[in-house]
Design a protein around this ligand. Sequence first.
Ligand code: M6R
Length: 612
Amino acid sequence: MCGIVGYCGSQSAVTPLIQALRHLEYRGYDSAGIALGVGGRLFVEKRAGKLANLESALDASPPLAHSGIGHTRWATHGGPSDHNAHPHVDNDGKLAVIHNGIIENYSELRVRLQSRGHTFSSETDTESVAHLLSDLRKEHQGDLAAAMRDAVKALRGSFTLVAIHADAPDVVVGVRRNSPLVVGLGDGENFLASDVAAFIDYTKRAIELGQDEVVRITPTTVEITDLGGRQIEPKEYEISWSPSAAQKGGFTHFMLKEIFEQPKAVADTLIGRLSDNKQIVLDDLQMSADQIRAIKKITVIACGTAYHAGMIAKYAIEKWAKIPVEVEIASEYRYRDPIIDVGTLILAISQSGETMDTLMALRHAKASGARVVAICNTNSSTIPREADAVLYTRAGPEIAVASTKALLTQMIAVYLIALHIAQVNGALNDRQVEELYNELLELPGKIQAILETVEPLRALTRSFAQNNIVLFLGRNIGYPVALEGALKLKELAYIHAEGFAGGELKHGPIALIDKGTPVIVILPVAHEDGLDEKMKSNIQEVKARGARVIVIAEEGAHIEGAEHIIRIPVAPALLQPVLATVPLQVFAYEMAVARGNDVDQPRNLAKSVTVE
Ligand code: M6R
C-alpha cells in the first residue's frame, strides 16, 4: 500500500518520478505528490485523487531539478485530501518525507514534537517523521542518513521512509522495516522504489534492501548501512521482467490483458517440472525425501484470492498425498495459538510477497519452529526472502489490483507440490503422477479455448449490470471457485456478491433468493460420488424461487433449469478450478466496465496490502 519513489541523476527529475508513479499507482490512488530539491529550497506539489490530478497541476511548468521523491497514497491515518497527501515537510520547509506503512507510536511522537514547538498541518502518522527527522538532522550536522538511523530507533510499526533535504538535493535517503524498498542502479542515476516496476524503464539492475537497513543514494553512489551505521555489502540482481510486461499492450485494461496472459503464465509455471524418469522436479522446496516423508500436517496461510488457492491446495494435497491440510486466513493465524510442531509444513501463498498479514503469520510459524515454503510471484520480495524455500510462480508482473493470472499459477504451484509429496511418500505411483502431470500440461490450451469463446459471456454479463446482488454456488473443489467469483465481483463491481457451498444453501442463504436474483453455479465434474446431481438439485431449488441461473459446466454435461450455460473443457475434477475461474474473471471484469467502475484501480483497494 502506497507507492514510493526517489530519484537522483541527470534527468529532469519530474520525468522519471511521474513515470515511476504511473507504474506504482496500483499500490494506492487516494493522492499523489512529489518533492524536488531546487537550489536550496524544496518544490512540493501534491493533489488528492489520482495521479492525473498531480500531472495536471505540474503541467504549468515543473521546475528543473535532478533529484526528488514521489508518492502515491492509500490512506490510513487521515482522509484522502491535499493536505494529507505525501510528501510531508518540516517547519523549515526544507525536509520532505514519504512513507508506506503505519507509524504506530505517531500520536505520542506528535505530542512530544508539538511540545518542542513543531506545528502540524495534516492528520497523518507520517508528518511526525518529517519533524523528527528535521530535529535529528540538525543534531547530526546535516547528515540525513545518520538522522534516519536515529529516527528509526524511535519509531514503532512497519514502514518504508524516503526523505530529501533542500540543502543537499543530490542525496536521497531511505529505510525499510517490514515494508518493501528496492534500489535501482542506473548509469549516472539511481532510484529507490517500492518495487522494480517503478524504474524498469530505466534499468534492470537492482538491490533488495534488508530489514532495518538505511540507504543513501546520489547520482553515482549507493551506500547501505545498518542502524548502527555499519556498512552493508549490497547484493545486486538482474530484473527478469521486461518493461513491456508493465504496459497494457493494446488491451483496454491491465486486468483484461492479464486474463488473456493466463495460458502462457500457466504454461511457464509448468516448464521443466517432470524429469525424464517421470519424477516431479521441485528442487525449489529444498526438502529431502526423508523430510517430505516426515510431514504430518500442512498449514496454508494466505489472504484474499491467494487464500482461495490455499483452499484448492487442501483438496489436492489431501486427495493425492493423504496429508491433512488446514487453510488459515493469515490475519487470524497468529492470534489463536495455532498448534505447530516439527511435522508441520507451512505454505505461505502470496502474489506480491509483501502482504503484511501473511508475512506476520510466516514469522510466527517460523518462530514456533515450523518449516515455511512460500509460493510467490515476485522475485526477492520479503515473504520468499524470509521463508525457508520458495516456489516461484511465473505469471510475470500483475498490475491490476484484481488478481487473475497469479491465482491460476498459484493453483498450478499447489498441484505440483501435492503431486511431488504424493510421489515421494508413495500415495501415488509414478504412472498416476505422470497422467495427472500430463493433464496439467493440457490446461493452457483449454484456458485458451475458453478465452477464444468468451464474447457471448461478455454480452450476457452486460445484461446483469443493474443487479445489486449475485450469488455463487460451488461444491467440493468448486466451492473456492465460488468464493473467488464473489470476491472478484465485490472488488470490481461494488455489489453484494457471496459464494456458498451448495450444501449450505438450505441452511440460510436460500432466503436471499428473490425473483430475478442471479445465481452462478459451478457444476462439479460428473463423478461416481454424485456431487453433480446434488448440485443439479440446488439449481432446481433456486430456480423454483425465481433465481436467474447461470451454470458453468464442462462440455457434454446435461443441465436443466439454467437460463445460460457457460461451457468449459473437460478436465479431471481436481483441476476444474483452473478452468472454471476464467469465466468468473471475465464476468467480474465486464460487470465493472458496464457499471463504469475503474477496473484496474477499484475504489478503496490497493494491490499490495502492506499494513495489518
Ligand atoms: O499479494 P498477495 O497474494 O498476498 O495478496 C493477497 C490479497 O490481498 C489479494 O489476493 C487480493 O484479495 C486481490 N485484490 C484479489 O483480487
